[in-house]
Design a protein around this ligand. Structure first.
Ligand code: NDP
Ligand code: 2IT
Length: 444
């Protein structure tokens, strides 16, 4: 197929949505070897259908702050693809949110969810609301207003949102409360719930743990392990926090964390009471990463990202496009042998190409961070049977899922002539299950 013509059409139909264009382009390029062997996908216009969301919901979210001032935000839910299960994917609350961000995330989610091997379709939502500096009551009023519209579009067999940037346990709680009040039904309609009210053990840990399990599988292919490795981590939210914990458990040493203001470098490693401090700082006090440097006397670099610090493994766990080509070159030049993407699309396309060409181990987001949504599906399963599982059971399932995703991505890359390229492998493995399901279900 003519990729340029396809992309020109996507860009013309979705103007200004540059993150969405970026996500689509990578998938379209990756699946070319499949399309060449299997004309049935092109004949049925599978890719053209995949890039068009099944349904897009955009809505007004009015709320009142503590001073009685009224604010209006814009909410989104993109129900992208339900070929293999109900729409599933997180909600992002961040001032940068617009439809292009939600569509890139929703599009990625289709293939990520397919890779988990579990019956979940792709969706994503969010709002341009900025939770920073808001009181708990302001966040509650906002979440209630957001759910007052969203509730009519979601359901336990229709669409099941969860967290993402700016949406954690607190926000899921407020939204679940409002959903239940409106529906009068205790539905498994959100994941990432509190343990007392239907949540699953290991869901908070799952994305970070999963990204590290995935990196472990990559390292094994070169007879390497985390033991003794220096690890650079970006972000300091949910994914970064538990990535650090798992690296610590495996004997590695995490030396950086960041937020949107800068990064800290602690050559001794972020362990023990230092890790506890981060948990309190970020999840309770909602403070800045700079405070870690002040508390423990290490260096803080204002306005910078951590990729200049020498490391063996890099775990980008903050946001999209946070590793530039220059930063990728610095990482490789400094001896980095593996990158596992905890965040969604953290590496710019030229940097992805550079990592792949450099033959370092590169775990693309839709494979490496799929542990979060996979464990969300395990939370749904527990809700449906009404019985919670132990920490060990969920963790074992998560671990096995990450092993399978690595193997399936590896095998798909090999089968289609790109051995070792997990970008192509993950895209192909994720694509095939959804594409075949779409063929089975006819022109819908
Ligand atoms: P959190 O809100 O818990 O943490 C986000 C972290 O990233 C914070 O440290 C934040 O800093 C930083 N960050 C956010 N936006 C920017 C930005 N524009 N520039 C620099 N730093 C930024 O979110 P999560 O940890 O849940 O999510 C992190 C990434 O992982 C996202 O890409 C998300 O899509 C992805 N992900 C999350 C999953 C989950 O289960 N939570 C599952 C799979 C992927 P600050 O506080 O200053 O904003
Ligand atoms: O990007 C993601 O996979 C998530 N934010 C988690 C989605 C989910 O439904 O758990």
């Amino acid at each position: 197929m003519d990729i340029e013509e396809f992309m020109n059409n996507v860009i013309a139909r979705n103007p200004g949505e540059k993150e969405f264009h970026q996500a689509v382009k990578e998938v379209v390029e990756s699946v070319q070897p499949v399309l060449k062997k299997h004309p049935e996908y092109e004949n049925a216009k599978i890719l053209e259908r995949m890039v068009e969301p099944e349904r897009q919901i955009v809505f007004r979210v009015p709320w009142m702050d503590d001073n009685g001032e009224v604010h209006v935000n814009r909410g989104f839910r993109i129900e992208f693809n339900s070929a293999i299960g109900p729409y599933k994917g997180g909600l992002r609350f961040h001032p940068s949110v617009y439809i292009g961000i939600i569509k890139f995330l929703g599009f990625e989610q289709i293939f990520k969810n397919s890779l988990t091997g579990l019956p979940i379709g792709g969706g994503k939502g969010g709002c341009d609301f900025n939770p920073k500096g808001k009181s708990d009551m302001e966040v509650m009023r906002f979440c209630q207003s957001f759910m007052s519209e969203l509730f009519r579009h979601i359901g336990p067999n229709t669409d099941i949102p969860a967290g993402d940037i700016g949406v954690g346990g607190r926000e899921i709680g407020f939204m679940f409360g409002q959903y239940k009040k409106l529906k009068n039904s205790y539905d498994s309609v959100l994941t990432g719930k509190g343990l007392n009210w239907g949540g699953s053990l290991v869901r908070p840990e799952a994305t970070g743990y999963g990204a590290v399990y995935f990196a472990e599988e990559m390292l094994k292919t070169r007879n390497e392990a985390f033991e003794g490795k220096t690890v650079v981590v970006s972000g300091s939210g949910n994914v970064a926090q538990y990535a650090v914990q798992k690296v610590n458990q495996l004997g590695g040493k995490c030396v950086t964390l960041s937020d949107s203001s800068g990064y800290i470098h602690d050559p001794e490693g972020i362990t023990g009471e230092k890790w506890d401090f981060i948990m309190e700082l970020k999840n309770v006090k909602r403070g800045r990463i700079r405070e870690y440097a002040e508390k423990f006397g290490c260096e803080y670099f204002e306005g910078m990202r951590p990729w200049g610090i020498k490391c063996d493994v890099a775990l980008p766990c903050a946001t999209q496009n946070e590793i530039s080509l220059e930063e990728a070159k610095t990482l490789v030049a400094n001896g980095c042998i593996a990158v596992s993407e905890g965040a969604n699309m953290p590496t710019v396309p030229e940097a992805v190409d550079y990592f792949v060409e450099s033959k370092i181990l590169f775990g693309p987001a839709k494979a490496a961070n799929a542990g979060g949504v996979a464990t969300s599906a395990l939370e749904m399963a527990q809700n449906h049977v009404g019985i919670p599982w132990s920490f060990e059971k969920v963790d074992e399932e998560l671990h096995q899922i990450m092993i399978n995703i690595h193997k399936n991505s590896w095998d798909a890359a090999k089968k289609y002539g790109h051995e070792g390229n997990l970008v192509i492998g993950a895209n192909i493995a994720g694509f095939l299950k959804v594409a075949d399901s779409m063929l089975d279900q006819g022109l819908v």
